[in-house]
Design a protein around this ligand. Structure first.
Ligand SMILES: [Zn+2]
Ligand SMILES: [Zn+2]
Length: 220
């Protein structure tokens, strides 16, 4: 099963230019069977939404729900994920294996330290990955508080230094992932994973990632 592990929707991520429905149709055309929606769960996103912390989470989930609706019609599995910075850092973290309940339980996840973020993921059974750790200005964070690392980021508008990320992840025994970091049409299908099994939900995705049996997609 071919799955994109890092994609944004313009409904939620201010830096993304493609709406959920269009994202779904281009991923179907690119031959993918699944997409993990990892919209930015950062203070500038959540705090721009009105209402209570709970209302903000509901608004945050709009991109995911729109993608899911379109995915049901188009035969594309849409899985919930998150991309979030941690308190005091510029680094981005990807979270896999969560349901909407996780985000409602942690409506201010973006304020967590890496340790708090990791603990929340562990308690839930989710996985914490660091995204594109070797872009200029970013650095790999504490490997003891990470499950995995995005060793291949396919986004063409950034200097990702993927080989360095891979070396670092390998040295620390982390799970590898790959993602397109889809924001624009030109980003489609540059990353992801081919799993030997079909997964039906976010929990099964986390289990499959833990087994480390997938083949990473690394399309330049
Ligand atoms: Zn972005
Ligand atoms: Zn991203």
């Amino acid at each position: 099963m071919k799955i994109e592990l890092h994609a944004h929707t313009s409904e939620v991520s201010p830096c993304a230019n493609v709406a959920a429905e269009t994202m779904v149709s281009v991923y179907v055309k690119a031959g993918y069977q699944g997409v993990v929606v990892t919209d930015h769960f950062n203070s500038y996103v959540l705090e721009s939404f009105p209402g209570s912390p709970r209302d903000r989470v509901t608004r945050y989930l709009e991109g995911f729900y729109k993608a899911q609706q379109a995915g049901e019609k188009a035969g594309l599995q849409i899985i919930l994920g998150m991309e979030s910075c941690i308190a005091g850092g510029k680094e981005d973290f990807l979270i896999y294996g969560i349901g909407t309940d996780f985000i409602y339980q942690h409506p201010t996840f973006y304020r967590y330290t890496q340790e708090e973020a990791y603990r929340a993921c562990q308690e839930y059974g989710a996985l914490l990955f660091q995204a594109h750790p070797c872009r200029p200005g970013l650095a790999p964070r504490d490997p003891n508080l990470l499950d995995g690392m995005e060793v291949y980021n396919g986004n063409p508008r950034h200097k990702n230094n993927n080989p360095r990320a891979r070396e670092w992840a390998e040295a620390h025994g982390l799970i590898f992932s790959s993602g397109s970091d889809f924001h624009e049409m030109e980003d489609v299908g540059r990353g992801g994973i081919i799993l030997p099994v079909d997964i039906r939900d976010s929990k099964e995705l986390a289990e499959a990632l833990k087994r480390r049996t997938g083949e990473l997609i690394e399309t330049p």
